[in-house]
Design a protein around this ligand. Sequence first.
Ligand code: SF4
Length: 298
Amino acid sequence: MYVISRCLAGYPCRYDGKSKGVPEIMELAKREEVLLVCPEVLGGLPTPRIPSEIREGRVLNREGEDVTEAFLRGAEKAMALCREKGCSAAILKADSPSCGIGRIHNGLFDGGYVSADGIFADMVRKAGIPAVTEKEYLESIGKAAGAEEKTGLKVIRAESLAHRAGAFYVRIQGMGRAHHISLEAEFDDHDGEGTDYILITDDSFPIATCRFYELGQGEAMIGRVVVLPEYRGQGLGRKVVLEAEKWLSDLGFEKAVVESRDVAVDFYKKLGYHVTDGTLLHGPTFDCIRMEKDLSRS
Ligand code: SF4
């Protein structure tokens, strides 16, 4: 059963007293039994309410009042309902301090974002429930305006120095800076001869990338899949991986291998990858799980 952010199903529970109803999600909620929750309302906050953002681990509303306890209380109540109903998947409202997945506002009320989960989304993911934003859900059912429809977006097989520099820029900004990873750790021995890169640009500005290199016996490792925080939730990670797979097929490779972070296993499953043996690979920054995909079937 899905747990869904209540505002996505058309309920006016947002801070501004409005909803963010998505027709396909409203339809899903009519068709199937789903659990609709608004963690902020469950936490006792009124509607409408003063907007809040997370800063340095606390939730503050725009007037500076600390509302962390209400956010935590509401998220815990929503999680208890998820457990009671046996929810196994989540569709959560993008960018919200409660429901946002992978990206939320930066706590400065200036429209900027940081890479992080909202309070409820964090609990959902830690409980092992795969979660997607409304945009990702629409993409998964083929309803979203595809990234390729965005003007100025280009998917590039990065063979020139300029394009490779673009790929490196995305990694420095999206991983190195966001996760405090040193240049030496981010750029390892595989970033050299024999490695190829995919780059996506938006009006020539680099925004997403991945790399791949040969493992031998017709297999290649795809990795360092990075999308700049402000471009997440638009299917660009999927796009770079699919382009890498196409390129690998063109080069005659038969199998693509990834070492996925635990939070990304579902992302790769949706792309047709399967977990090989489930062994956790302990890396310097993240623990990963090896997955692979037979390219001859795609
Ligand atoms: S807390 Fe979640 S469900 Fe409630 S209004 Fe915000 S995004 Fe929607």
